[in-house]
Write a new protein. Structure first.
Length: 326
């Protein structure tokens, strides 16, 4: 099995050296590393070029001429990979020595998985440990494992990469794109083993409560979610519109992927697109309900509930919000 690593860099001189060194120390070395840089203005490229010249494996470097954003940057890196199993890498983490070896073994065993994910130890900017991992925080919050969607923990099979690429440049993030499709088809496999450090330094592109360096509690997470749900209609509608936009992109992506395959996978992708279309219709109905006076919402909420439309959201909590919130 040929292994590639796709790393997207941008002004990463402070931390990227440690991440590149962790590639060199793997018990199973990668066959190639592709680094796409988004027009860095610091010393990132000098570090990358030195790594390219000294690494005992193929290193491809793609230097952007103008800033395009991290999704387009990952698109470039992934498109240049040739491996059977492609690992996504951030520039500011550090991988444990056996990460590639363990995840390659999982890929051999879990043949149906398109996306394989490990856990990550949550650490400060100087790699100071907290005793927490991303999955521990997800468990603490009482969330499903579907919420584990960190790109830096992902390995993607070539056949899925070829189906799902390219990622729309204005999509939320590269990792959500792959993980949501794989999750939707039951093709994600999660190893509950931390195989890397996930460095939190205050300037991370991605953020969220399950990446916090202090322990979450189920009650604390529910309280914060409750406050957020009661933040007002305007904020909710704006978020719902954004969610609809991303759902539309995902539906188009799986439709495009289905056209590339003539077998059973095409049918699975079409069914997934149909499910997302129903989710989108239910979300549009919820937006309409929120615009009505509260007493007039009851029949609509009951209709969405009886059709199973709240299952894709937060069940009775979403139904209650649609009934009561302005």
């Amino acid at each position: 099995m040929k292994i590639s690593i796709a790393l997207a860099s941008f002004n990463g001189e402070r931390y990227i050296q440690e991440q590149l060194q962790s590639f060199l120390h793997q018990t199973r070395l990668p066959d190639e590393v592709v680094i796409s840089d988004d027009a860095s203005t610091d010393g990132t490229m000098e570090i990358v070029r030195f790594f390219q010249d000294s690494a005992p494996f193929v290193v491809k470097v793609i230097q952007g001429r103008g800033r395009q954003g991290f999704v387009a940057n990952f698109n470039r890196a992934l498109a240049a990979t040739t491996g059977d199993l492609v690992f996504l890498s951030d520039q500011d983490d550090v991988w444990f020595r056996h990460k590639l070896e363990v995840m390659e073994g999982a890929a051999i065993t879990e043949k149906d998985a398109w996306v394989l994910m490990c856990d990550a130890a949550l650490v400060g900017h100087d790699l100071t440990g907290t005793g927490l991992t991303r999955i521990v925080q997800i468990d603490n919050a009482g969330l499903p494992l579907e919420d584990h969607a960190m790109g830096c923990c992902c390995a993607i099979r070539r056949e899925f990469l070829d189906l799902a690429m390219p990622i729309p440049a204005n999509f939320k993030s590269h990792d959500i794109w792959f993980v949501r499709i794989a999750d939707g088809l039951g093709r994600k496999y999660v190893l509950r083993e931390a195989l890397q450090y996930y460095r939190r330094h205050g300037n991370n592109v991605s953020d969220g409560p399950t990446s916090a360096l202090t322990p979450l509690t189920r009650s604390g997470y529910r309280r914060a979610s409750f406050v957020k749900r009661w933040s007002g209609r305007a904020a909710w509608v704006a978020q719902a519109r954004l969610q609809l936009r991303y759902l539309t992109m995902l539906r188009r992506g799986v439709a495009r992927a289905a056209q590339k395959d003539s077998g059973s996978t095409a049918l699975e992708l079409q069914e997934l697109g149909d499910r997302w279309e129903r989710v989108g219709r239910n979300l549009e109905e919820r937006m309409r309900l929120r615009g009505k006076p509260r007493p007039y919402r009851v029949p609509g909420v009951i209709s969405v509930w009886l059709s199973g439309g709240y299952k894709a959201f937060n069940g009775w909590k979403s139904a209650t919000s649609d009934l009561l919130l302005r």
